[in-house]
Design a protein around this ligand. Structure first.
Ligand SMILES: Cc1cc2nc3c(=O)[nH]c(=O)nc-3n(C[C@H](O)[C@H](O)[C@H](O)COP(=O)(O)O)c2cc1C
Ligand code: SF4
Length: 588
């Protein structure tokens, strides 16, 4: 037991003896400070709404750099919530620093080094070691962090809320020394410029009744627009399902973009936030939503400002009622990209996926029917209407139809978002859009759908990349995050990187995922991999996990066992088929 734990144990015991349980006292000073920061809840009762909890936690964290227990107790009183619920939510999210009574607050500056696959390939581990050695730990702390959605400029480091791309130790230290922590400036298309190109005409026509919901749905059906957040569900069908459910209804846009390797939503939001907002408002109109929520990941602080301003432009131009669009910040939890976890998070709770049924289309936000769509899905609505369904559907290759925005990272000359025909093969994508492989690298493997979508060898670089084309190979395209690996890359390091990500990001709600990811990680760290043990564990995770995180986590490992035996042997990993070596009993 550490000194600190001994002293807090003694303190708790002495308080219990006095019949005065710890954690109940609310500091009047803290409450006054809170009101000065958040507003007076006695005057504005909406500030007490449970769904405001994450926003309030952000406000405190932004103002003070951490969340003390005194502040959490005051917040619980302010919101009239049990302290346990405030604490549970605050401690669920990586971006909130809860500091217990008697603990020192974190140093003033936090440096987060992205350790997801693209950054690992670009030397993030060495960079982190150098930074740890180079900074003063009294004033700066260096942490690891999952994908920051900037994989085309790896390695990426966040200092405060400032992202350093193509980061070097010297560059990051310069940012720390100068104290220049501001989010990046984004040049975005303003409302007037967007309207000059015909922007918001479709929304205006929809609202005026000159375009009907059925007409828009038929156009989206003919275009073949499918959900681009990963699941690929036809967009018109989802609209239909939500419209069938009795109102009131909500519309939620998923801008959480946490899948490692994915950065297309950021690209489109930076390029034309109004094209996105028009699509989002048309979706909300289609389901007669009471309000439109946008859940934006906290790793995009520059975009938070852009969207805030773009929404203000719309309100000032009377294109939307003030307060109809509600912009919310995530807080560093990949699982909140899963739609029911996202809804929990919007409601001010830990982001734990819900059991289904009921589906969110029937019972989503505040238990009302909810349309959840990805940023890119709605981004295409106005152009498809303007250019016609045939324009979108008429593109595609190798028997497939439509366009896909591939976020490409790893060992290619030109990583980035490449808009290409659906069904393009990896070989074609790399050669025609990415300028070929990076110098000195030969294609060895690729991940067609981010961390979750599995892994394929170079010999399978001619498979059309699209929804439904990869399942036979044990993979899926998901959000079209393509990570390209070469002969220089260590497959064991790749697998452990991906499983470490899933283990860190598991919400912990179900055993197959919480224990399964940790156990699989420990098995992968060994130099002999036992097929029976790994596949039995994978089976349990796939069959019994509540949500897609746990179900998909084994995909890269199963891919390696299937297609990469020779490569693993070259890298000194012994893959043993002997099922009799398997431990008996539960795979977990
Ligand atoms: C673990 C997990 C993470 C997800 N992350 C995202 C995400 O970051 N962004 C997203 O749009 N969809 C994500 N999804 C998919 C959403 O649950 C949902 O299908 C999607 O937002 C629906 O929008 P769409 O139909 O327009 O694709 C994720 C799913 C799972 C299982
Ligand atoms: S599968 Fe993982 S992330 Fe999903 S509910 Fe279970 S523990 Fe949570």
């Amino acid at each position: 037991m550490t000194d600190q734990r001994v002293s807090s144990f003694q303190r708790v015991s002495s308080l219990r003896r006095r019949g005065h349980p710890q954690g109940r006292d609310v500091s009047p000073v803290a409450l006054v400070t809170l009101r000065a920061l958040l507003g007076d809840e006695r005057v504005q009762p909406t500030l007490r709404q449970r769904d405001q909890l994450l926003e309030h936690l952000h406000a405190i964290q932004d103002a003070h750099g951490h969340l003390s227990m005194v502040e959490l107790r005051a917040l619980a009183a302010y919101m009239n919530l049990p302290m346990a619920e405030v604490y549970e939510t605050a401690t669920f999210y990586a971006h909130f620093d809860v500091v217990h009574d008697g603990q020192a607050p974190p140093p003033d500056t936090t440096v987060r080094v992205c350790d997801s696959l693209a950054c690992q390939l670009a030397g993030a581990a060495e960079l982190k070691t150098k930074l740890e050695a180079g900074v003063d730990p009294e004033t700066v702390r260096v942490l690891r962090a999952p994908c920051m959605g900037r994989c085309d400029s790896a390695p990426v480091v966040e200092v405060g809320h400032h992202h350093v791309q193509f980061a070097t130790a010297e560059g990051v230290e310069a940012v720390v020394d100068t104290g220049h922590f501001q989010p990046e400036a984004i040049l975005w298309q303003r409302l007037e410029a967007y309207q000059q190109e015909g922007g918001y005409q479709l929304l205006t026509d929809c609202r005026a009744g000159s375009v009907s919901v059925n007409e828009v749905m038929t156009t989206l059906e003919n275009a073949g627009l499918r959900g681009l957040g990963g699941a690929g569900f036809p967009t018109f069908k989802k609209w239909h399902a939500v419209r069938q459910a009795p109102g009131p209804r909500y519309c939620v846009i998923n801008a959480d973009e946490g899948e490692p390797g994915t950065f297309k939503d950021r690209y489109y939001l930076e390029k034309s936030p109004h094209q996105f907002l028009e699509g989002a408002l048309i979706s909300a109109w289609a389901v007669e939503a009471q309000a439109l929520y946008i859940y934006l990941r906290d790793e995009y602080p520059g975009l938070h400002r852009v969207l805030h301003e773009a929404i203000k432009e719309l309100e000032q131009a009377w294109l939307v009622t003030a307060g109809y669009i509600i912009l919310r910040r995530g807080a560093g939890a990949y699982i909140c990209g899963e739609e029911s976890a996202l809804i929990e998070s919007l409601e001010g709770k830990p982001g734990k996926p819900r059991h289904r049924p009921p589906y969110v289309a029937q019972q989503g936000l505040f238990n009302r029917p909810t349309l959840v769509n990805n940023v890119e899905t709605v981004y295409w609505i106005a152009p498809i209407w303007q250019k016609g369904a045939e324009w979108f559907a008429g593109q595609g290759r190798n028997g497939r139809s439509g366009l896909r925005s591939f976020s490409v990272s790893g060992r290619v000359k030109r990583p980035g978002v490449h808009l290409a025909p659906a069904g393009i093969t990896l070989r074609e994508l790399v050669d025609e859009y990415c300028g070929g492989m990076a110098p000195g690298h030969q294609l060895a493997a690729y991940l067609p759908g981010g961390a979750s979508g599995g892994i394929l060898p170079a010999s399978k670089a001619d498979i059309p990349l699209d929804f439904d084309t990869l399942q036979a190979h044990g993979c899926f395209i998901g959000s079209a995050a393509v990570m390209v690996l070469s002969q220089q890359d260590n497959l064991q390091a790749v697998a452990t990187n991906l499983l470490a990500f899933f283990a860190d990001e598991s919400c912990g709600q179900c055993t197959p995922c919480r224990v399964g990811t940790e156990k699989m990680l420990s098995l992968l760290e060994r130099d002999d991999w036992e097929v029976g043990q790994l596949t039995r564990l994978a089976q349990v995770m796939q069959d019994a996990s509540i949500c897609g995180l746990g179900q998909a986590a084994p995909n890269p490992v199963l891919g390696l066992l299937k297609d990469f035996r020779a490569e693993l042997a070259q890298q000194q990993i012994i893959v043993s088929d002997a099922a009799e070596n398997s431990e008996k009993g539960s795979a977990l």
